[in-house]
Design a protein around this ligand. Structure first.
Ligand code: 3HC
Length: 301
């Protein structure tokens, strides 16, 4: 279904409290953005108290950085800190108007979370997903009120990159899309309304881009040569630096979704698989002076 236009902003509902499911790196970046731009209470949940504390500590750390750079006053920093909290109990979302999940990229897990949330939040509360490639319509299909589910896909680093893909699922209603765009505007992001197709728009291209650099390595060019060759194009960062920013596991997950959907257009890379299986977060390691070199332990054909 075509997402058509952005509905009139008069349909948007007010967002006075935000919930973030997950307290990992992506979720914490989202929590910080919501605190800073919406200036409403933001509550994060995760599986255990340690993860929740780490998420809240990340947001506090970002607030302290802004304070240290003289960009916000001590009063504002204290106000921001008071807005963010965490819990292992999702009942803290009961009075939230907008809950976004940023947990592992597993459709069943996301469906279970949304089903659980339906028993906690009001029927008007938007349920957003930051999925990189999964079907938003599939996430909504078993819910009682699937019309409030929407994709809200951010790009790394969340605080810096202005793009936000708003994904309209088959069930999403106009009020939900209007609310998503109103939130997007307050977040100062450039929202684009995209269809619920595998990996939406940007990750389709990104996956081809990273897929081709891996293909070059799979076919025998060494990592540094391939990476530096592309650097000549003047992109903001080289493909293997971008891979580190995205995370090899996320990149492989998106590539897997696209390979399944369009096997003739998206391949799989043995080297990417090996990198993920070896638990590496980058092909590079950095020396004490900050100079990168290819990790000698990176498995390569
Ligand atoms: N995390 C958080 N903040 C970061 C960061 C990071 N990894 N890297 C840089 N920043 C911040 C800096 O703190 C600085 O913030 P400030 O202005 O408030 O002090 C700002 O970004 C600019 O930093 P620099 O001047 O040091 O760096 P650059 O000018 O080189 O820009 C960059 C860094 C913005 C990361 C740039 O290299 C870039 O745009 N790279 C491409 C990123 C990209 O394509 N991301 C999309 C990935 S795809 C995705 O996320 C989708 C997912 O589903 C897979």
């Amino acid at each position: 279904k075509r997402p058509v236009g952005v509905p009139d902003k008069s349909l948007a509902r007010t967002v006075g409290k935000v919930g973030v499911v997950g307290a990992g790196l992506m979720a914490s970046q989202l929590a910080w953005l919501f605190v800073r731009r919406l200036e409403v209470p933001v509550v994060m949940t995760d599986l255990d108290a340690e993860r929740v504390e780490r998420g809240v500590a990340y947001v506090h750390g970002e607030i302290d950085k802004q304070l240290g750079k003289g960009r916000i006053s001590a009063d504002k920093a204290a106000r921001y800190k008071a807005l963010v909290s965490g819990s292992v109990d999702k009942s803290v979302f009961a009075d939230a108007d907008f809950v976004i999940e940023a947990v592992f990229e597993e459709l069943d897990l996301k469906k279970r979370i949304f089903a659980e949330l339906e028993g906690i939040v009001s029927e008007d509360c938007v349920l957003a997903t930051n999925t990189s490639s999964l079907s938003v319509s599939a996430m909504a299909e078993d819910l009682t009120h699937p019309q409030r589910v929407v994709g809200f896909h951010f790009f790394n680093p969340v605080a810096v990159l202005p793009l936000l893909e708003v994904v309209r699922a088959k069930q999403t209603d106009d009020a939900t899309v209007a609310t998503a765009f109103a939130v997007c505007k307050t977040l100062k992001k450039n929202g684009v309304l995209v269809a619920d197709a595998p990996a939406f728009v940007v990750n389709r291209l990104l996956t081809r881009f990273l897929g081709e650099i891996f293909a070059c390595v799979d076919e025998g060019t060494d990592i540094e040569t391939a990476d530096h060759a592309v650097d000549e194009l003047g992109l903001p960062m080289t493909p293997f630096m971008l891979l580190q920013l995205v995370g090899p596991a996320v990149a492989r997950h998106v590539a897997g979704t696209l390979h399944q959907a369009f096997p003739d257009r998206y391949g799989v890379s043995e080297n990417l698989d090996r990198l993920v299986e070896a638990g590496k977060s980058s092909v590079y390691v950095w020396d004490a002076s900050g100079k990168p070199s290819v990790d000698p332990d990176v498995p390569q054909i």
